[in-house]
Design a protein around this ligand. Sequence first.
Ligand SMILES: NC(=O)c1ccc[n+]([C@@H]2O[C@H](COP(=O)([O-])OP(=O)(O)OC[C@H]3O[C@@H](n4cnc5c(N)ncnc54)[C@H](O)[C@@H]3O)[C@@H](O)[C@H]2O)c1
Length: 368
Amino acid sequence: MTEKLTVELGERSYPIFILPDWDAYAEAIAEHAEITSPPTVICDTNTGQYAGDGGLLIELDAGEKTKSFAQLEKIHEEMALHRIDRGGKIIAVGGGVIGDLAGFAAATYLRGIDFYQVPTTLLAMVDSSVGGKTGINLSAGKNLVGAFWQPKAVFICTEFLKTLPPREFSAGMAEVIKYGMLYDRALFDQLVALEQPLSWDHPELPGVIRRCCEIKAEVVKADEKETATNGGRALLNLGHTFAHAIENVAGYGTYLHGEAVGIGLVMAAELSLKLTAEGRAGFQFTQADVDAARELVARYGLPTSLKDTLDGNPPPKLDIDALMDAMRRDKKVRAGKLRFVAMETLGTAVTVDDVDEALIEKLWQQFS
Ligand SMILES: NC(=O)c1ccc[n+]([C@@H]2O[C@H](COP(=O)([O-])OP(=O)(O)OC[C@H]3O[C@@H](n4cnc5c(N)ncnc54)[C@H](O)[C@@H]3O)[C@@H](O)[C@H]2O)c1
């Protein structure tokens, strides 16, 4: 059954469709994408098979390196060459890389044109296609240039996931688990209770994706541009301060983002336990919660510490000083203080600004 939810952002509100099969997908695009002239379809070499016919097709190399100024320029030049005007529409068919790049191309071409998201990875379905963050990387760091630019609609169809490599599916599951941990204990419990782990054709997957999109929509509605000083959109970064440090020190691409998030989520759980032990007001995180988080992350083949094998290989050895340094450089650092997302209870996250650096160092030791 086709499901629809709405991201409520006043005049920038838009629908997310969750579509059970190809027929429903084709129907939804025909009915709800307001495309009057041939669209510009942006995809990568792995998602070109899903691009459809008609319009201007721009197929880029797969991989994070594509989120660059060079590829942005290529898109703009091709669109200009084909005399795409302000009524032109972009359709992003791909994972987060294509979604972020195509969204930023739409935000900046002729000072902004409409675009649609067709996410084809689990990560893009539950996270990057919703919420309007678009952008590209610099050599100085990831996502350093970009814009908030909301899509006109998001079309999610789980059939795309049939061709997604299992390692990428697992990486997406880290973000799914994240939503349960930060916002929704019932979702977390639902994931724990599943007899068979989620896979592209699992009957519960569409409902789980829907719930993740609902949570993201609620959080984004309350803090669209991440300006809240407490909580807000920053809560979606549960586990990510650790994950970004791991990705940075290991070298981008060594760990998939979701794999680093897997470790980051267990570290955030352990941090929450330590803050509870310190007697922080509101914190009631338990050892059983930490264990449950670790088990769920491990169930999807994700690493839960820096000691775990990575895609069947021995993990890289990461220097703790380098990890601490990388965290200090993270863009979530405000006024020189390390900022973390922790959980008061499993399912309720808060931002904490005054965490002792020594405690974080101890955590890295424990996970190394
Ligand atoms: N905008 C946001 O809010 C937001 C949130 C989270 C992550 N991101 C960004 O998302 C990016 C990561 O996204 P991702 O994990 O989707 O990576 P990705 O787009 O690189 O896709 C992962 C791999 O899967 C391939 N692929 C995609 N769909 C496929 C399919 N259906 N079948 C076969 N192969 C397929 C891709 O070609 C690529 O090789 C990062 O750049 C990150 O910064 C953005």
